[in-house]
Design a binder for this molecule. Structure first.
Ligand SMILES: [Zn+2]
Length: 308
């Protein structure tokens, strides 16, 4: 199986996670981050399951985004197999809920929209888009509940839901139906990749921030702590105990810098400052030289990724 992970480097979740470690987020964004983190955990769990349980051929898109007549299409997982196209909306809900019309109500009284409503809407837009791409393969949409601590009462059996206890038999069925991917499906994948590229800029409601206001310094991406002990090779986080190569950690800081400041030039000084002046300048220059190419514009020198 081939997996395409789309838009991951620019998603709101990465932005908010990065910012949360380096500034105080307002309440709304903090809550959003908690929600996204939970969703992200659910999606990663489903991806892992897919990759370990599915044994046949197929193409899996993670985080597919496109639009049809200005209506956004966002699909957590899109799977193209020889027979069918599967859409999966993944939910990491926890607790007990009762389905009532197009709402899920918790036993404590809170309620939210039944995710199958959004799924139906997305399914409609996506079917139209496929028709325009001259594809007639049937689409099967599902809402997947990945959390074993989720219970839903009174869901009609025909609803497009997959509960944790049904996932293994779902993948068994996919394995039985799997077949060789044909040229027409490969072409469809190329077209879908094209469509998703058009949708590279999606709405991002982010807090405003400036370089000056963010806390600088090397950070542990596992737990968000700044308490690191570095030697010439490795970095040890004294909060969570994770060790990684210091060079890899610096490269991850460059990714973080470029994600948060896509329009800023990566210069020696900006990186030195971003890393909290904790790493020797010579080491940073050397690392930049081996992974980036040097560009000059007037008096400023800056670095671009070698593959840009
Ligand atoms: Zn840590």
């Amino acid at each position: 199986m081939e997996t395409f992970i789309l838009s991951e480097s620019v998603d709101v979740f990465s932005f908010l996670s990065y910012l949360n470690d380096r500034m105080k987020l307002d309440n709304e964004n903090r809550q959003k981050l908690v929600r996204l983190r939970k969703g992200d955990e659910g999606e990663k769990a489903f991806l892992k399951m897919f990759e370990s349980l599915y044994e046949g051929e197929g193409i899996l898109f993670y985080n597919f985004r496109a639009s049809y007549q200005d209506s956004p299409i966002q699909i957590d997982f899109l799977f193209i197999s020889a027979q069918s196209i599967y859409m999966y909306e993944v939910k990491n809900y926890q607790g007990s809920y009762v389905q009532s019309g197009d709402k899920f109500r918790s036993l404590s009284g809170s309620q939210f929209l039944n995710p199958s409503v959004q799924l139906t809407r997305t399914h409609n837009h996506f079917s139209h888009m496929l028709k325009e791409l001259s594809c007639t393969t049937p689409i099967q949409p599902f809402v997947v509940f990945v959390n074993p601590e989720f219970t839903l009462y009174e869901a009609p059996v025909e609803d497009p839901f997959l509960f944790p206890g049904q996932l293994s038999s779902h993948f068994k069925l996919l394995n039985q139906r799997s077949d060789t991917i044909r040229k027409s499906q490969q072409r469809l994948v190329e077209k879908l990749l094209e469509e998703s590229k058009k949708e590279a800029t999606f709405e991002r409601k982010l807090p405003t921030y400036h370089f000056e206001q963010l806390k600088k310094g090397l950070i542990c991406y596992n737990c968000g702590s700044f308490a690191l002990r570095n030697n010439s090779k490795n970095s040890l986080c004294t909060s969570c105990g994770r060790t990684c190569s210091l060079n890899d950690l610096i490269l991850a800081h460059i990714t973080e810098f470029q994600t948060l400041f896509p329009h800023e030039k990566l210069t020696r000084n900006s990186l030195y400052e971003w890393c909290g002046m904790e790493v020797g300048e010579r080491r940073l220059w050397k690392l930049l030289k081996s992974h980036f190419k040097l560009e000059k514009s007037g008096k400023t020198s800056y670095y671009l990724r070698k593959d840009d």
